[in-house]
Design a protein around this ligand. Structure first.
Ligand code: SF4
Length: 438
């Protein structure tokens, strides 16, 4: 029997990627096959991103391409939530259906309507960990949707709603299935990982017959016992994060924290409506380093936020000097349709924002280079991502996939993707390390 084929285009951030994985898993579970080309597919699902203008344009283009090449298109994702889906329907009136993000059931209902479910349950061969878009040795683990903050540059709460934590037993079961299927690294993601469980008042759930609270520390402790690397993204420096640093010092979870600070000037942070304060952050960082000296801190920042003066920017540079962060990303501010920051006075000239970003990155490059130089001679465990003609491409505890640095090793003999290797660092530049096996 011909199994109906669905094409899939996945755009956007890791949170959207997880939505795609859930839809793909459901499609496979119901007997649909996934088609790698438009021509072969009976219908195409496009998961969109609506965060910034360039992502909107990319999403609209992708929908247009799918319509031209295939003709039957269902749209989901963040762009679908804008203006009740009209932003998409205005440009592409022939799409079959539009849903917002995190809407597996609505997408499946639209698929059923336009491409009926196959009757033969024989084809139900979905692996228990679901269908993953990441390489087999690492996987994103989404623990919640939405966000209770209201940062003025962000429209995620208006697109995805308030914090909605996934039940702890569901998250832990998924993690367990992933590890059983060979995943060596779990990347915990959400909009605010430290807020996990606040919405359900840290309700107690059950995992393997044991009570476990829906709370960040308990979640991390359980994940840390599963035998894989556990990496935490999008954490805010709240006091209870101290408990997690202790788990890092005890070797239960990678000593790595991704904390989006965004700025250091109190005026800018206030205008951004960020839940943080630079002075407290520096104190907290110092304390964390006392407890766990190896901790790698990653962060992101914005230059050119409305109202940012040269003095504010200087404060940000001074903060970088003091904070000595390991990994840093920087964006220039750009208006997002629907964000309250658009109405703030004193927008910064985009050229000035660019120039500040360049100065910011130059300072951080020197900090990063010095930090990596200090690693020469150290022994590290690395996880192999890729093997090519030049050697092994791997990552250490300090490197998240896609966004951080890499560790290069020449000898490839007997090495497979997904292996852990013990290496000694022999060289370093601003972002990457070179090492040899020990
Ligand atoms: S914390 Fe702020 S930037 Fe992050 S999702 Fe929530 S509102 Fe947006």
């Amino acid at each position: 029997m011909h199994a109906p084929k669905v094409g899939f285009v996945s755009l956007g951030c890791p949170k959207a990627l997880v939505d795609s994985e859930q839809i793909l898993t459901q499609l496979r579970a119901e007997g649909y096959t996934i088609s790698p080309s438009y021509q072969d597919a009976d219908l195409v699902v496009v998961n969109t991103c609506g965060f910034i203008d360039s992502a909107v344009a990319e999403s609209l283009d992708a929908i247009g391409e799918a319509l031209n090449e295939n003709g039957k298109v269902i749209v989901t994702g963040c762009l679908g939530a804008k203006d009740g889906g009209n932003q998409i329907r205005d440009v592409h009136p022939s799409v079959l259906a539009v849903t917002g993000p995190h809407a597996t059931q609505e997408v499946m209902a639209a698929v059923h309507e336009h491409l009926p479910k196959p009757h033969d349950p024989f084809i139900d061969l979905v692996p228990p960990q679901g269908v993953k878009l990441t390489p087999k040795h690492y996987a994103y683990l989404k623990i919640s949707e939405g966000c209770n903050h209201r940062c003025s540059f962000c429209i995620i709460p208006s697109m995805r709603g308030d914090l909605d934590s996934r039940p702890i037993h569901e998250v832990l079961k998924e993690a367990e299935n992933l590890v059983k299927a060979g995943v060596k690294e779990l990347l915990v993601i959400s909009q605010d990982t430290s807020a996990y469980g606040v919405d359900v008042k840290y309700k107690t759930g059950f995992h393997n017959g044991r009570p476990v609270k829906t709370r960040m520390t308990e979640l991390v402790r359980e994940l840390g016992d599963m035998g894989a690397w556990v990496r935490l993204h999008y954490v805010y420096p709240y006091p209870h994060v101290d408990e997690v640093i202790e788990l890092m010092a005890a070797g239960k979870v990678l000593p790595y924290l991704d904390i989006p600070f965004q700025h250091a000037s109190p005026t800018v942070l206030k205008a951004m409506k960020r839940p943080a304060n630079a002075e407290n952050v520096l104190k907290r960082l110092a304390r964390w380093r006392e407890v766990c000296p190896d901790i790698a801190i990653r962060s992101t920042f914005i230059t050119g936020f409305p109202g940012e003066t040269e003095a504010d920017f200087q404060m940000l540079l001074d903060f970088l000097d003091e904070a000595q962060l390991d990994r840093v990303g920087c964006f220039t501010y750009s208006s997002v349709d629907g964000a309250t920051a658009n109405d703030l006075p004193n927008h910064v000239d985009p050229e000035v924002a660019e120039e500040r970003k360049a100065r910011f990155m130059e300072k951080q490059a020197a900090i990063s280079a010095a930090k990596l130089q200090a690693k020469i001679g150290r022994k590290l465990t690395v996880l192999v991502d890729e093997i090519d003609e030049q050697g092994v491409v791997a990552r250490s505890y300090a490197d998240a996939p896609e966004i951080d640095g890499l560790v290069y090793i020449e000898e490839t003999e007997g090495v497979r993707v997904g292996d852990f290797l013990e290496v000694e660092v022999t060289d370093a530049d601003e972002y990457d390390l070179w090492a040899q096996r020990v």
